[in-house]
Design a protein around this ligand. Structure first.
Ligand code: ACO
Length: 383
């Protein structure tokens, strides 16, 4: 009897690859939970440090636990001189995601515990990575702006220190608040492409730096983390709110994708996009002309896309759509959006890696071979 053709799940669409208690994405109801807590409550009440603790340890910390975790993060903020020099010589000309990926990969060269695969060492490396990735992204931005390395300030919170190392000045609340919000909202999102690629690498029992380097490379793509940059670039191309309808209609007619819309799991409004939009709207009277214009373009684009593709095709705004104007309000340049996403998502990547390693199984799917078999080898001068 001939073998039955296997069902191929292209893009692993709808395939469950593991069990996890870290994050629930309810794509039908548009709900997101970090360790059981609704994202809206977390965004309203928590700090990035607390979110990182929650993701890694599975529970909200008591005061002394959080204090100790924050102290460990602060102790890891500074960067090795070799990493600073690598950033200094590449930041101005290279893609910031390439510099970030290279820097994170190089961090292992400065870590005596890089090859120690004990759980304790992996938690210490997780803390190191959370802390240092934020410093790396700030330093990339700093050198792109023509500045030099700013040593971290232990008096500041994680996201305040990010802005301090980026700008060389303590951030005002209107800069700090949106960056903190984005750190929290982008920290985790179950089995997305970059988390999965982190797990694929780690499942071979490679090390945490290698696994996270895979995750960064995956996040870079415009179908995933890179969409926030593309969405803002589109808004700048639209230029004036009155051009929004024309632009989107033409793009859709030309079968182009509108970045910041659509999601593999959410077939309704992404709850993170709601939080970000809410913040953006709260800003309006106090924001710059540029942010108001971008917001107007975003709102018009959102309305049109929902009318055209929302209910009918399940294509709604995702986390990346309103992120651009919010970052602009905080003075963050577009090319740092995806690196910042990575600096936030590092806690989710590591939480998943730690969980997966507790019951590791090599990830090795199958593919349905459609080529020929049994061909006769032809010498090169006879082809
Ligand atoms: N604009 C226009 N059409 C879209 C969009 C969009 N943003 N997203 C999906 N579609 C259409 C596709 O063209 C396709 O149409 P077709 O069936 O006529 O060919 C259909 O919807 C299904 O799209 P797929 O790519 O097959 O669905 P998938 O689940 O693989 O897509 C994805 C998910 C990649 C996120 C997609 O919606 C997309 O490309 N969005 C734009 C990029 C983006 O914003 N990515 C960020 C996602 S959130 C994150 O990763 C942080």
């Amino acid at each position: 009897m001939a073998d039955e053709a296997p069902i191929v799940h292209k893009g692993l669409d709808s395939v469950y690859v593991t069990e996890s208690s870290i994050c629930k994405v309810d794509g039908t109801e548009g709900k997101l939970y970090y360790r059981g807590y609704p994202i809206e409550e977390i965004a309203e009440n928590s700090s990035y440090e607390e979110v990182a603790y929650l993701l890694i340890y599975g529970k909200l910390p008591k005061r002394n636990e959080l204090d100790s975790f924050i102290a460990q993060l602060k102790a890891e903020r500074d960067l090795p001189q070799g990493i600073i020099e690598m950033i200094a010589s590449n930041a101005a000309k290279a893609d910031p995601m390439d510099v970030l990926r290279t820097a994170v990969s190089s961090l292992s060269l400065y870590d005596n515990e890089a090859a120690d695969s004990s759980k304790e060492a992996n938690i210490r490396k997780t803390i190191r990575l959370i802390s240092k990735m934020s410093s790396i992204v700030a330093t990339i931005g700093r050198y792109r702006n023509g500045g030099g390395y700013v040593s971290p300030d232990a008096k500041l919170s994680h996201s305040e220190n990010f802005l301090y190392m980026l700008n060389g000045a303590k951030p005002a609340p209107e800069q700090h608040k949106p960056v903190e919000m984005m750190f929290i909202l982008q920290a985790e999102h179950s089995s997305n492409a970059s988390t999965f690629s982190t797990l694929v690498t780690g499942s071979t029992l490679s090390d945490l730096y290698s696994a996270v380097t895979s995750g960064i490379g995956t996040l870079k793509g415009p179908l995933h983390g890179g969409a926030d940059e593309e969405a803002l670039r589109m808004m700048y191309t639209i230029g004036d709110p009155s051009n929004t309808e024309n632009y989107i209609n033409e793009a859709l007619a030309g079968k182009k994708r509108i970045m910041g819309f659509g999601h593999r799991v959410y077939k309704t409004y992404d709850p993170r996009a709601r939080v970000i939009k809410g913040y953006l709207l709260s800003l309006q009277s106090n924001s710059s002309e540029e942010v108001r214009r971008l917001t107007e373009i975003a709102l018009r684009g959102e309305k049109l896309m929902i009318e055209k593709l929302g209910q009918s095709h399940g294509i709604w705004p995702n986390v990346d759509f309103f992120a651009g104007p919010v970052y602009v309000s905080a003075g963050i340049k577009v090319e740092l959006f995806t690196p910042l996403f990575a600096a936030s998502r590092i806690s989710g990547w590591c939480a998943h890696m730690l969980e997966y390693w507790s019951d590791n199984k090599l990830i090795r799917p199958l593919e349905q071979y459609t080529g020929q078999i049994g061909l006769k080898y032809v010498p090169i001068d006879k082809r």
